[in-house]
Design a binder for this molecule. Sequence first.
Ligand code: PXP
Length: 250
Amino acid sequence: MSQAPKLRLGVNVDHIATLRNARGGRNPDPVRAAKLAIEAGADGITAHLREDRRHIRDEDMARLKAEIDRPLNFEMAATDEMLRIALATKPHACCLVPERREELTTEGGLDVVGQHNALAPVIARLNDAGIRVSLFIAADPRQIEMAAKLRAPVVEIHTGAWCDAVTDGHKEKAEAEWQRIIKGAALAYSAGLEVHAGHGLDYDTAERIAALPEIVELNIGYFMIGEALFVGLADTVGAMRAAMDRGRGA
Ligand code: PXP
């Protein structure tokens, strides 16, 4: 690749809704946060409608689609209910993720190798509706090859294990995960897939991963919403953008 393309920042607003839901009611409003993030430089907004509606609710997704003027990335499990809502909402993109009720966050990538029969019709329906499908997977060659076979145009590489190892100071594990991400991004790109990454990223890990030219989008939520409590969301988006630009230029 001669020159790395622009790296887009997708801001995940789930945890604005987590705060709101702690008391019920309307505040803080995830749609207001999405608009502010866009004004501050976000290229798109991500929200995950979970089966148990623990943060984003159906009406949030509808309002995000109606009120924001940047691409909406609808994260969802590949269930009939979510497919119906996604087809009615018509977001720019759908990111298919595994989901278990008891997990605190999306813990691992989708097993597209094991579940290709169940995923194929969901991917086809979304493709036919003109919605860009992305599969949230570990940087595992078998998963990447199957994602390409299933005709998903995009994969999002799960960076959670790498970020946890970096944060916990497990140097060997962090290095092994980092090498897996480097190889996975290159393999996915060479298989013709658009490559995104996300989960657990903060300023430092976003800066490092921004150096990989195959990756064109990072989706980041939890760290940014936490940071926004101290410095505000606009400054957080600005600082994340700056970290990504530094990494891209490195
Ligand atoms: N990408 C995907 C597919 C996710 O499931 C999540 C978490 O909702 C993120 C990105 C963002 O992860 P984090 O909130 O840890 O930044």
